[in-house]
Every structure is written in C-alpha cells, then in structure tokens.
Design a protein around this ligand. Sequence first.
Ligand SMILES: [Mg+2]
Length: 250
Amino acid sequence: MTTTERVAKVVLVDIEGTTTSISFVHDVLFPYAKENVNKFLRDSWKSDDTKQIVQDLQQVPQFADYKDTLSAPPAELDAELITGFVRYLIDKDLKVTPMKTLQGLIWAQGYASGKLKGHVYEDVPAAFQAWRDAGLRIGVYSSGSVAAQKLIFGHSIAGDLMTHLSAYFDTHVGHKQEQQSYENIAKSLEVAPEQILFLTDIPGEAAAARSAGLKAILLQRPGNAPLTDSQKSTYEVIPDFKPLYNLQLP
Ligand SMILES: [Mg+2]
C-alpha cells in the first residue's frame, strides 16, 4: 500500500466480486428472477410497464433465435412465451436492456417482501462509515442497472447502506473496460480523475480506470477469479476493504 493510494476524494466501488460475492448474483439473484418471472408476468401482464417491456423484448435480435429453438411456437404472444425467452436470456447470460429492466422489477418485489437481502461482505459497512467520517464521497459503478444497485445496498444484510452512497453509475455511462467511461464518471463527479480510487475485482476494469487517470486497487475476494502474477505486480491487491479503512482526503 502506497500513501498516494490512501488519498482520494471519492471511492468508486464495483459490486460483484468487490462489495458483494459473485455467488449472490449468480446463485441468488438470477435464480430468483428465473423462478419468479412467470408469476410476475401473469400478475402484471396488463400493466403499462410490463406491456412496454414485452414490446421491447420482442425487438431484441435474440427473440427470433429463441423462437427458432421451439418445436411448436405459440400462435399468440403470451406470458409463457415471454417467460421462456427471459429464462433463455438468463441461461445464456445475455444482458439485454429490457430483460435487465424486468429483472429489476422482479427483484424489487423480492426485496420489498423481505425474501431478498443484498449481500455485502462484513468489512463493507465499516469501510463506508470510515470513508464518510473522513469526508470522502462513495460512488458505485456496476454493470447491473442503477435500480438494481440501489436495491442491493438499500436492502442489504447490513441494513440500508444507501445513506453512505452519493452516486450510482451503470453502463449508461459506458462499458466498464473502456477508458471513456471513467472520464465520464470523473466529469459527472466534478473531481479530477486522480482523486478517485476505483475498487474492482476485474483487471481489465482497473486498466481502463487507470488509463483515464484514476487510481485502482484489485479485490481478491473468496470465489473471485484468480489473478496472474503479472496482474498482481501491476496492481495493489487486497483481500477485503480493511486495509482501506484509513483513506484520507488530499
Ligand atoms: Mg466485479
């Protein structure tokens, strides 16, 4: 740990593999959406939100591919057909925008009912508190939608952590492995890029952030993909947020 890395105005955190276990997303959230999509569509089939999502889902190119996989495609568009398509997208890990919107609505119901609680590692709430006590701002940058980010932190196993967060970014700002995205974030936060410390588990994201002038540290949480020796020598690698409890303002 170098002293320069301990100095920042904003800490920008990734979620999956950084604040939250990858298995929560893959073993809890995605299966929850898959299990509840049919009931959600049936219950809300006539609502304007769902009508719009269903219309948008039919526009994505993979919809035709999906229909080709069916031995007897239904003559009429119904909740069963869309359910099948959404499950197909989830299985193939195809993150199309209307599907992300639909998943967000399904998760919102799950969180509201208490059936879902966002996973965060135990050092996360303590780090958020320490950083805010030190006068730093905390932002989130995740490929999950801003709505999904707010659900995870607003209904976390450690309570409502949104009180600590002042900015949320998803792929509307750009893709996570592109330099421009981090330039956009710095501009939006109105701070110099070098005053932002980005925490992530993905070396390609750290590289993009660094090329935009941000500082970047890699997380090696349990269940994350192993890092190569060259990645370990390129970036500071930490197992959790504890080494960062004492971040300071410039
Ligand atoms: Mg990640």
